[in-house]
Design a protein around this ligand. Sequence first.
Ligand SMILES: C[S@@+](CC[C@H](N)C(=O)[O-])C[C@H]1O[C@@H](n2cnc3c(N)ncnc32)[C@H](O)[C@@H]1O
Length: 429
Amino acid sequence: MTFEDSQMLLFDQPAAPARRLATDELLAGIEAFDEFGARTVRDELTVAGHGTVPVFINEFWTAGQRQASRLHEISYRACFKPQLPRFFIERLTGPGDVVYDPFSGRGTTAIEAALLGRIPWAADINPLSRMLAEPRLHPVDLAGVVRRIEAVDFQRQVDCPEELLVFYHPETLQEICALRAFLHERSASPEWDPVDGWIRMVATNRLTGHSPGFFSVYTLPPNQATSVTAQKRINAKRNQTPPRRDVPELIRRKARKLMKERTAAESQNLRAAAARARFVTGSADATPELPDASVDLVVTSPPFLNAVDYRLDNWLRGWFCGIETDQLPIWQISSLEKWEAAMERVFIELRRLLKPGGLVAFEVGEVRHGEIRLEEHVAGAAHRAGLTPLAVLINAQEFTKTSNCWGVSNQLRGTNTNRISLLRKSGQG
Ligand SMILES: C[S@@+](CC[C@H](N)C(=O)[O-])C[C@H]1O[C@@H](n2cnc3c(N)ncnc32)[C@H](O)[C@@H]1O
């Protein structure tokens, strides 16, 4: 039996097409794409030293598509929709192929790859990323989560930062701190298991938000923890004091939602993927723990210059998980020149990791109100690193509604677009 045959046995075959498209076939398919009612518009991008590459604009994935798995519903700043990695994974890989995301965030690519029967590899400079992604590859059952929560002594007296009382009712804060201490102790012991990982992932996600489904009083969305000072202002303005929340009950509820509608085939794929998954906590441009020529497809999205402050957004999650977020060398690069140089280093590393003929789908969003077209800088950096730019896909939401009556460039101005550079490592290695 070949390696590929054995991989096919491990993973359940998804209903979606599982064969790898040749790149010519892929580009022809993208150009002919009209699944959501609009025809693809074609443009061109000039890449210095390389020539021109086609730019394809359409609504390639949309809210109208098959719903994504509930398992993705963990918030994270600047995460992409699961439909984005799915679009490329389904077309460009087969079961058992390695799909890698070097800027993994909440792990959208890793989880989608696993659900589709591929092997997920992921890296992120922030250890929080692994804590949010890895547990979801283990399809634990709700009864196990409930039993473990029942084992926590939520009344235990432990040290608690008083300043957090701007977010939490005193008894809620007490419960959060008791759970935090319980998880820290277990993580340092051989007892730690996937159920603990699930509880930490879910609790981290419930820390702050703007509905009674979260532990906190009304605050910013869960992925953008505000400072203590700013929260005092929010409380004064809204004339609010933190209400009592039931920490164990909110964890049970969110865990149940994340597990809802998970099929037996998906559970089987997750288990198979978990056994072969790799998570690296480190910088995307230096991952010596990952072997050469081993990745079939990269689907990723780097920090867009300094558009998001990942340290500030994650300080409270970091506190809960025991991560010193302000010490992390997270890239937040304001100079375009330095950002491009950093991306070039990433592409050199990806070129090492990719199999000959392997592909990269590299997503950048809009920054500085669309004044900077990051995809142009991506293509230049990739070319210098020895990857071949094949095309740029621009996924424009609302495209189908407006493309017929507006010029494309006007239409794009007011929309939220994903810009994906498609790159290939040449067949020679
Ligand atoms: C745009 S987000 C990725 C979001 C991801 N696509 C998702 O769906 O959740 C960029 C990520 O890059 C990470 N990051 C920043 N600097 C990094 C570096 N040098 N190496 C690896 N990851 C880094 C951040 O921690 C953040 O999680």
